[in-house]
Design a binder for this molecule. Structure first.
Ligand code: NAD
Length: 355
């Protein structure tokens, strides 16, 4: 019998993990805490309720909001965040730091009080932008790829591993997540908390409220669905920038292992993503979205690269695969098909948010 608290539990990752957990383990008690800051998260409340999941309207910036949790909690999954890589670039960094750093410390303190295990959703954005941009790449017809021979530690044709250097600027978002990682490590070492850090690449799938600065795969499909415009921004405007991506169900299968084998994973940090196997450039996404929707849309080319952009990111998942045999199973085509069906089935409700 487990009671699991998910912060950001009305968000894309949080709500899906909550529902998948409840479906697999009906006897578990799942508590989802969220302040509903993200537009569209409110739509998930009906889904949570329908699955018998308790929603707590709370703000992780406020440590008193955690006082509402009185039942003993066995595991905390910290999935509340301001997740945009552009957050704070307008000079207003308060919300970002108070949520992504202070909020995580509040969630750690709750875990400590309850002697609960702690699973932290971190990001590939902890790795510095300039160093990522120094990776030697090849330019192919539809995408950039990582070249076979590299000079930087922690990078190979298999992607970026946990040994990739951490020194250098990484975006304000990435900095708050790395700062939180340091606190998670301290709570593991100093208090013996079972903690695990997952540095995720792009996570996607149905129920992601994609927008221009976060949730690009859903945005790409939505724009095709409603026949709107898109742009290839940066790197010459050819849309060859590359990302790996992971379906939320593949992430769930990993979190499921981490909840139930906490000693095995405790104290570890992992790069988690779709690997080369589940990756696509924007150009390739366009082709697939066109095939699935039947709609061909106008895509502008804006050659100039923006601050915080990166040419490519592929997660090297050897560490987690060696420890657990976990690997992503759902292909790019299946991911896009799933997103398409979700939009199609909920067109009216989603149009004001995704269009
Ligand atoms: N989606 C991705 O591609 C991706 C990639 C890497 C890491 N992550 C990490 O995964 C986690 C979940 O991201 P997501 O994609 O579900 O984002 P999301 O925006 O869909 O969900 C985050 C949720 O947190 C809530 N929230 C924001 N501020 C809060 C606060 N102060 N108090 C309480 N709730 C608050 C939002 O309302 C939202 O429902 C985040 O930590 C993010 O950094 C996501």
């Amino acid at each position: 019998m487990h009671t699991i608290l998910i912060t950001g539990g009305a968000g894309f990752v949080g709500s899906n993990l909550a529902i998948l957990l409840k479906e697999k383990y009906p006897s578990y008690s799942i508590l989802c805490m969220d302040n509903l800051k993200r537009r569209g998260s409110e739509l998930n409340l009906i889904r949570l309720r329908g699955h018998g999941i308790t929603f707590i309207h709370g703000d992780i910036r406020q440590k008193n909001d955690f006082d509402q949790i009185i039942t003993p909690v066995s595991c905390v999954i910290d999935a509340a965040a301001e997740p945009s890589v552009l957050a704070g670039l307008d000079g207003n960094t308060d919300y970002l730091i108070e949520t992504n750093l202070n909020g995580t410390v509040h969630a750690l303190n709750l875990a400590l009080k309850h002697k609960a295990n702690f699973i932290f959703l971190s990001t590939s954005r902890v790795y510095p932008i300039k160093t990522i941009e120094e990776i030697i790449t090849t330019e192919n017809d539809t995408r950039f790829d990582i070249a076979a021979s590299q000079q930087i530690k922690g990078v190979s044709a298999a992607g970026i591993s946990e040994d990739f250097p951490l020194r250098g600027s990484r975006s304000l978002y990435g900095a708050t997540k790395l700062a939180s990682e340091l606190m998670v490590e301290e709570y593991h070492e100093m208090f013996g908390l079972n903690t695990v850090i997952n540095r995720c690449g792009v996570i996607t799938g149905p129920h992601q409220m994609g927008k221009i600065d976060q949730g690009v795969v859903v945005l790409w499909m939505a724009r095709h669905f409603w026949k709107n415009k898109l742009s290839y921004v940066g790197y010459g405007g050819t849309g060859k920038q590359l990302r790996d991506m992971i379906h939320i169900k593949d992430l769930f299968s990993l979190i499921d292992l981490q909840i139930h084998q906490e000693k095995k994973f405790a104290g570890h940090t992992f790069n988690i993503g779709g690997t080369n196997k589940v990756s696509a450039s924007l150009q390739e996404l366009t082709t697939l979205c066109h095939q699935i929707t039947g709609n061909k849309i106008l895509i502008d080319a804006i050659p100039e690269t923006r601050k915080a952009d990166i040419r490519l990111y592929i997660s090297d998942c050897h560490k987690i695969q060696t420890l657990s045999q976990w690997e992503p199973m759902i292909s790019v085509e299946e991911i896009l098909q799933d997103i398409f069906l979700w939009i199609k089935d909920n067109e009216k409700q989603l149009k004001p948010i995704l269009n």
